[in-house]
Design a protein around this ligand. Structure first.
Ligand code: MG
Length: 451
């Protein structure tokens, strides 16, 4: 833990003049107060005040007392694109107590429970995003007008046209100490991915919030939009947030998911298989947290976009190096959950995955042998015979699954007004109905004269 004195010295050395005191609400919206460094002592002692109801879904009404967000000095980062400003992620409190509706608090509590069992979760994420421009009528188009080929993935020309943007992000990642190691054009026109090293779950979650803020800021400076929206275009591959998970020992930082003698040949330990089985077992409800918008369910499924594959899981299953599975094992020592999408709140998503995985370990579950088939092509009868379940088709289905899953209910915690997942589901059901209640042009086109 960074001491207040060290923090003050670092701020001086870095030439920082202002601090963003930040937290995110349920949707992952980055909320901040800009605090001059002259008020640092007060900020660290008393926190930054917010009206929680105005921020977003934070379990508050306009009648409730302020949220006081206390900065975590370990999360201090100078923002390289505006270097006189640093950010600190905060732990929201209300009347002196940690606020159990705050996603960062929910993750910290889940991590503390794992730590008590001698376990530490490490996470790496692949944050896919699209660079788009807005048309005058409010619709969107790919920002790079030349990026229109049917198979744009890995195209060096698409990469080259966005070189200024991509290298700027890469340099910022390195200045932040994240270790950028690859950048590529992804499967959809206008879609990119820039990778950085895995770390402890809380660190990766904090970084992802800053990464999104950086992308929005850099895109705005070019007059375009960066979006992590799961499916910005009906005919193009959506934005996933593939998540690489591994457990380590709390006392010695020893990896626990690796086993060279794995009889299944994937290089995974028994614990890793149990964790995997927990994720598969609870997938139908877990997806509600990993894929938390109406739009998320337009990314998943079997039906391919123009490039040929969605690259998103349609079924709850695991396999080796096979991208049609919800869980892929690219190499020994870790698993990749491919369900999570760009709309996911990383704090809530990591907490939920940890809870399901630990439940799998506690129950000694076995996920069976890895699936080697292309699940995008498997007939329904064969899927049924093997007991492979489809992902929920909509956000509303996912919420029904979520509220009936006792493992997820427990791991997301309780609030003064009930379990957090009931609140989450209430907000998300409302979101579903707000969308569903609007008569779309597609309905008018299909039904106007059909009957
Ligand atoms: Mg990708």
């Amino acid at each position: 833990m960074v001491s207040l004195k060290d923090l003050g010295n670092r701020i001086k050395e870095d030439g920082v003049e202002y601090i963003y005191a930040m937290f995110v609400e349920m949707h992952g919206k980055p909320c901040a107060k800009l605090v001059p460094v002259s008020s640092l002592d007060d900020l660290m002692a008393n926190g930054a005040g917010f009206a929680g109801f105005a921020a977003g879904p934070m379990g508050q009404t306009p009648a409730d007392p302020d949220i006081l967000a206390i900065p975590d000095p370990d999360s201090y980062m100078v923002l390289p694109w505006q270097p006189n400003v640093a950010a600190m992620q905060c732990d929201p409190t209300v009347e002196g107590d940690e606020w159990p509706y705050a996603p960062r608090i929910i993750l910290k509590r889940a991590l503390a429970a794992a730590y008590d069992q001698g376990l530490v979760l490490k996470v790496g994420v692949e944050a896919e995003y699209s660079l788009v421009a807005k048309n005058e009528d409010g619709t969107i188009r790919v920002a790079d007008e030349r990026d229109d080929s049917a198979m744009p993935c890995y195209d060096a020309r698409g990469l080259t046209r966005m070189l200024d943007h991509l290298t700027t992000v890469s340099k910022h990642m390195d200045a932040l100490g994240w270790g950028n190691y690859a950048n590529d054009h992804e499967d959809a026109n206008g879609q990119f991915e820039q990778n950085f090293q895995y770390a402890d779950a809380l660190i990766t979650a904090d970084r992802l919030i800053i990464l999104r803020l950086m992308m929005h800021t850099l895109a705005e400076r070019q007059g375009i939009y960066a979006t992590f929206m799961p499916k910005p275009f009906s005919d193009k591959t959506g934005n996933g947030l593939h998540t690489h998970l591994s457990l380590w020992t709390a006392d010695g930082d020893e990896p626990l998911f690796h086993d060279e003698d794995d009889p299944r040949g994937l290089g995974l330990s028994t614990m890793a298989y149990q964790f995997t089985a927990g994720l598969v077992e609870h997938a139908a409800g877990l997806v509600g947290i990993l894929c938390p918008t109406v739009n998320s369910y337009k990314r998943m499924g079997v039906g391919p976009p123009d490039s040929g594959a969605t690259w998103a899981p349609a079924y709850a299953a695991y396999g080796g190096n096979n991208r049609t599975q919800m869980i892929r094992v690219p190499e020994g020592g870790r698993i990749e959950v491919r369900a999570m999408d760009g709309a996911a709140n990383p704090y809530l998503s990591f907490a939920a995955q940890l809870g399901c995985g630990l439940a799998g370990i506690a129950a000694g579950l076995d996920p069976g042998d890895p699936n080697t088939d292309n699940l995008y092509e498997m007939p329904e009868a064969e899927l049924a015979a093997r007991g492979i379940k489809a992902m929920p088709p909509t956000l509303l289905h996912a919420m029904e699954n979520l509220v009936t899953d006792d493992v997820l209910r427990t791991c997301m915690g309780t609030t003064p007004h009930g379990d957090y997942i009931d609140y989450f589901a209430e907000v998300k059901r409302r979101e579903f109905h707000q969308w569903h209640d609007i008569v779309s042009q597609a309905e008018v086109d299909q039904y106007l004269t059909l009957f």
